[in-house]
Write a protein that binds this ligand. Structure first.
Ligand SMILES: Cc1cc2nc3c(=O)[nH]c(=O)nc-3n(C[C@H](O)[C@H](O)[C@H](O)COP(=O)(O)OP(=O)(O)OC[C@H]3O[C@@H](n4cnc5c(N)ncnc54)[C@H](O)[C@@H]3O)c2cc1C
Ligand code: SF4
Length: 456
């Protein structure tokens, strides 16, 4: 098995993401202890119920308060191996902190995410050897993709002593955790550091630049049939596909970007400058649209976020819209983009139509000047890869179908979780689904349900 070297997947210097300030920086010890002392340690803690991975929040907060920071990290990571990223990227406003009793009383909730970050980051930077894997077994599990779903599953399976091989088609591992999360929340380097920690937990090999396909035709490919034949179980953590397109005149050519692709460039491309871009139009009403709009605004671009319905109907979080607005994003609601206007090939403006119930009203229209367009209207599904595994089924929306209590697919050796199953949720949901799948994989491999003992 190939050993990984620390820093093996270093990001290039001079990336745009380096210029973003951390919106919720690491607490000092004094800040953490003071915040922990506000927690009421509720016996029926609603914050735990709101966490998809059921982290015992009052217990870890109490440990911070008593100076047992390592114990706090252990409590968090036993429930959620991606406790570092979740501390920084979770929408706590609608999960744990949103359910905190203080929120119900109209007061400032406990800063659960920041306390979690303090415990995990402080501990892992000094003392990463928190968990001991069980003795090695002869079982081998293939995991397709290296995003949060596959990484969490691999870490838990490795702690059970199994050999895990992650197959990642991109050169950089980590999925959207490395390449998609807004850089003012979590930077790519932090995602890669957490990934390396998980790789160190046991017998995990990560093969980047290897795509799983139906029929392999070259060295950078491996077939689904080969994975099934050479492993005892397969986990599909495929995520979603490419950015969806608008299909309107003027879309082809420079200046029009799929939102996740543009975010990935901001996070990884050396020396990327948005030269000549003063105004941008972002299309969409979900969290990806809010993220790219916010990121462009923080880079000094004047951003109009165009949504075809009303503000109340937007899919993105209210707190993310409020935060983007504070940094200058302007919402243009009830408008649809109908044409991108170019001069000498360069984008100069967009034509908008007023909408009624999300549809353009003929004869209406206005022109909005812009040099850059970011399209955030959804992502395709990774259907062709899933279909390469016989028995794996997809629903009408292209999501991998699983049995919800086990996350097993229609193939008896194949499990799945994360965005390819739930259609695109959060990192914490990918981890929670990986936990369900691992429990069933363990039952399948060794006939036992005691998964998690090595962690607890
Ligand atoms: C712009 C953006 C911002 C987000 N911000 C947040 C946030 O702030 N907080 C939050 O909690 N969540 C956020 N999310 C959602 C979160 O990133 C996802 O829910 C999470 O990453 C899902 O994990 P996953 O492992 O299912 O998929 P992914 O992270 O997409 O990983 C899938 C991996 O599989 C690989 N892969 C796919 N097919 C193959 C194949 N055939 N062979 C080999 N490899 C393959 C892909 O290259 C990818 O690396 C955001 C999403 C986006 C798009
Ligand atoms: S609900 Fe709030 S106060 Fe109560 S245990 Fe959870 S974090 Fe502490």
């Amino acid at each position: 098995m190939k050993q990984h070297q620390p820093g093996q997947w270093a990001l290039p210097p001079d990336r745009a993401e380096e210029g973003f300030a951390d919106k919720k920086p690491l607490y000092t010890e004094g800040e953490a202890v003071a915040e922990a002392s506000r927690c009421l340690y509720c016996s029926d803690a609603p914050c735990i119920q709101a966490c998809p991975t059921s982290i015992d929040i009052p217990t870890f907060i109490r440990k911070i308060g008593t100076g047992n920071v390592k114990g706090a990290a252990r409590t968090i990571l036993s429930a959620n191996l991606l406790g570092q990223s979740c501390a920084q990227v979770c929408p706590v406003e609608v999960l744990c902190a949103g359910s905190c009793v203080y929120t119900r009383w109209g007061r400032e909730p406990i800063a659960i995410g920041r306390l979690q970050r303090y415990a995990v980051e402080t501990t892992l930077s000094k003392d990463p050897g928190l968990f001991q894997a069980r003795p090695a077994t002869d079982k081998r599990i293939a995991l397709v993709g290296s995003g949060p779903a596959s990484i969490a599953a691999a870490g838990l399976l490795a702690l059970e002593g199994h050999t895990c091989i992650l197959y990642e088609r991109k050169a950089l591992p980590g999925g959207l955790n490395t390449l998609g999360i807004a850089p003012y929340k979590f930077k790519g380097v932090e995602a890669l550091r957490e990934l390396e920690w998980i790789l160190s937990l046991g017998r995990i090999e990560l093969r980047t630049g290897v795509e799983v396909v139906e029929r392999a035709t070259g060295p950078g490919q491996v077939s689904a049939a080969e994975l099934l034949a050479s492993h005892d179980a397969v986990f599909l953590g495929l995520g979603l596909g490419a950015d969806s397109r608008l299909g309107i005149p003027g879309e082809e050519g420079e200046g029009v970007h799929g939102a996740t692709h543009l975010i990935e460039r901001l996070k990884t491309e050396p020396g990327l400058r948005l030269e000549g871009v003063q105004r941008a139009v972002v299309i969409g009403g979900g969290n990806t649209a809010l993220d790219i709009a916010h990121e462009l605004a923080l880079l000094g671009v004047e951003v109009a976020l165009v949504y075809r319905r009303s503000e109340e109907e937007m899919g993105g979080y209210v707190h993310e819209l409020a935060s983007a607005r504070l940094d200058g994003v302007r919402l243009v609601e009830n408008r649809q983009l109908v044409e991108i206007l170019r001069e000498d090939g360069r984008v100069v403006a967009v034509r908008l139509a007023a909408t009624r119930e999300g549809r353009p009203v003929p004869g209406t229209g206005e022109v909005l000047p812009a040099e850059l367009i970011a399209v955030a209207i959804g992502q395709d599904r990774a259907t062709h890869v899933a279909r390469a595994f016989p028995g794996v089924e997809l629903d009408e929306r292209g999501r991998v179908t699983v049995e919800p209590t086990t996350h097993r697919t229609g193939h008896p050796k194949v499990w799945s979780g994360g965005d390819c199953v739930n259609g695109g949720k959060e990192v914490v949901n990918a981890v929670a689904e990986a936990k369900i799948a691992v429990r069933d994989i363990q039952r399948h491999l060794v006939g036992s349900e005691d998964h998690g003992r090595s962690v607890d």
